[in-house]
Ligand binder design. Structure first.
Ligand SMILES: Cc1cc2nc3c(=O)[nH]c(=O)nc-3n(C[C@H](O)[C@H](O)[C@H](O)COP(=O)(O)OP(=O)(O)OC[C@H]3O[C@@H](n4cnc5c(N)ncnc54)[C@H](O)[C@@H]3O)c2cc1C
Length: 566
């Protein structure tokens, strides 16, 4: 049993940024992470972080402002983002870049010594600050260093198995220590979820294998709703064969998409922005080219960087060059990169208000696992790292403000939670069922990618939901061979899979009920956006197999919905 004022679940950018803030306010805090924090998916972020620093001029010499950034973000979101949250993020962005720099992040520079900025999709200005194509690596190492410097306790390779609550509030969590196979209880006045995305419920994904949506599933089990789960981002350019991300920064540096006839097909789909239209638009365009048999055999198109030149590729995109050489056997200096769309990001997540507070007092969320709703129906590249550090800090401030009003919770619920978790694990270990969990995982991945992919349709989705329900039934009959609790990888994978099926159901139900097309959610049976009926957030909650949908209003204010032309 451990006791802290604040427990942060997640050691990515959101979790570590929050940990620094809480610690520096003199509040007792610990971080729990299922992997070493440096293996969190944040480390893989490539292209950069948006901020209207105005270091590089825009069209006709104009200078960027936070309001331009907000406009692009809201338009990119297909008007589903909450504009009060967008305003905060965009206003705070320049400060957050400088703050990371002062903590130690090494940004790429312009000739004049200022922080460099490159163009990214859906943005009217070159706004994305970057550290070559290893921005997440740079930023996460910075924060990890700072957390270690302060000696903030980190429980690493601890897998959180449940959130503890009583009638009124969240009182802590339980976690399985991977190495020893022991269940620990954490009593806390406040718990911050910073557990990242759920990309691995899909087949082709750029996400780390650990991105299984555990946090979203934990929230559901604690009775907290998820918001806008139907909005899943498919990145246009992932490496053919492995689906490793090829950053949008490659197109920001001038890369062009070509079909098998050598045509620059984005001229047709987005004449104004070409290859730098937002991700939903470019991903659909590539799928369309492939459907029209203008893709290469195996279903991919090419990303051509050759005209950028060897020197610039080596300086600005060294990671992309290395990935292409190692995993596709080609050097982008000499050959185009084979690319296809793949799952990339979860716009939806744990429902929180503008302060990162869930409906359950004492439980907060920030980063990709949360839906504070700055991305709405489609996230702009470079806005996610930004969200993690801005709201990691601001939600931590809210926790610090609230902490004095929250009494230390009693031990008994956490003790009960430890027992429940132990029983659950025991049951899995003892199971003599014949199902193999990896078959179910493969089935789930296939169902999500074929029925809830870039294009969706009612009958296919209903079939998909039925299949998810069946998988939820058979997952209870899975047995694992390793009967020890220590170092049991199969056990952790199964705990993840149980949560993934719950999260998948929430995506499925939300997608079926949204009978319109908006941002990343493209329905062939309802191809148009329908503001009259669907300019609203989807909320979904309930136990697996028994979930209910409701809606909440979108915060407008700065920009009225318009047609989205690129
Ligand atoms: C390949 C790639 C490139 C990207 N590039 C960019 C980019 O250039 N710019 C941009 O803005 N965005 C980018 N993104 C998106 C962005 O990187 C992520 O959205 C963001 O870093 C998520 O940070 P996070 O702190 O919310 O979560 P993560 O970094 O995913 O961290 C989640 C943490 O939660 C912990 N955790 C999860 N479940 C449990 C559990 N059950 N028990 C204990 N701990 C748990 C994990 O151990 C981990 O520490 C990219 C994403 C990918 C996949």
């Amino acid at each position: 049993m451990h006791e802290y004022e604040v427990v942060i679940i997640g050691g990515g950018l959101a979790g570590l940024r929050a940990a620094l803030q809480v610690f520096d306010a003199g509040v007792d805090v610990a971080v729990i992470s299922k992997v070493n924090p440096l293996r969190s998916h944040s480390v893989a972020a490539q292209g950069g972080m948006n901020a209207s620093l105005g270091n590089v001029r825009g069209p006709e010499g104009s200078v960027d402002t936070w309001k331009n950034h907000a406009y692009d973000t809201v338009k990119g979101s297909d008007y589903l983002a909450d504009q009060d949250a967008v305003e905060i993020m965009c206003r705070e962005a320049p400060l957050s870049v400088i703050e990371l720099e002062h903590l130690g992040t090494v940004w790429s520079r312009l000739e004049n010594g200022k922080i460099a900025q490159r163009p990214f999709g859906g943005a009217g200005f070159p706004r994305t600050c970057y550290a070559a194509d290893r921005t997440g690596h740079n930023a996460l190492h910075t924060l990890y260093e700072q957390v270690n410097h302060r000696k903030i306790p980190i429980y690493e390779e601890f897998f959180v198995t449940s959130l503890i609550r009583n009638q009124e509030r969240c009182t802590g969590c339980t976690a399985l220590e991977f190495l020893k196979g022991e269940i620990h209880g954490f009593i806390a006045k406040a718990v911050l979820m910073a557990t990242g995305g759920f990309g691995r419920i899909f087949n082709k994904s750029t996400n780390a294998l650990i991105n299984t949506g555990d946090g979203q599933a934990l929230a559901l089990r604690a009775g907290v709703p998820l918001k806008d789960m139907e909005f899943v981002q498919f990145h246009p350019t992932t490496l053919y064969g492995t689906n490793i991300l090829i950053t949008e920064g490659a197109r920001g540096e001038g890369g062009m998409l070509l079909n098998k006839r050598g045509e620059r097909f984005m001229e047709k789909y987005a004449p104004g922005s070409l290859d730098l239209a937002p991700r939903d638009v470019v991903a659909r365009s590539i799928e369309e080219e492939i459907a029209q048999k203008r893709g290469f055999e195996g279903d991919y198109v090419q990303l051509d960087l050759r005209h950028i030149g060897a020197e610039r590729i080596k300086e600005r995109l060294p990671g992309i060059r290395q990935i292409s050489m190692d995993f596709a056997g080609i050097d982008p200096v000499n050959d185009p990169i084979p690319v296809q769309p793949g799952q990339h990001y979860s716009m939806g997540g744990i429902d929180v208000d503008i302060n990162g507070q869930t409906i359950l007092p004492g439980l907060y969320a920030a980063g990709e696992c949360a839906c504070i709703s700055v991305h709405g129906a489609n996230r702009l590249g470079g806005n996610s790292i930004l969200e993690t550090v801005v709201f990691g800090r601001l939600v931590a401030d809210k926790i610090i403000e609230d902490i004095n009003d929250l009494a230390t919770p009693p031990k008994k619920q956490v003790e009960k939670g430890i027992k429940t978790s132990k029983n659950h694990l025991e049951k899995i270990i003892q199971s003599k069922g014949l199902e193999n969990q990896f078959n179910i995982k493969n089935m789930l991945n296939k169902t999500m990618s074929t029925k809830f992919g870039i294009f969706r349709k009612e009958d296919g989705m209903l079939k998909g939901l039925g299949d998810i329900h069946k998988m939820q039934e058979i997952v209870s009959t899975v047995s694992i061979k390793n009967k020890e609790l220590e170092l049991n990888h199969a056990l952790i994978r199964l705990l993840e899979l149980q949560g993934m099926l719950h999260v998948a159901e929430s995506v499925a139900i939300s997608a079926i009920e949204r009978r319109e097309s908006r941002g990343s959610h493209k329905r062939t049976d309802f191809p148009e956006r329908n503001d009259e009926n669907f300019l609203k957030h989807t909320l979904v909650k309930g136990e697996a197999g028994n979930m209910v949908v409701s809606y909440s209003p979108v915060q407008l204010g700065m920009f009225e919905p318009e047609e989205r032309v690129y």
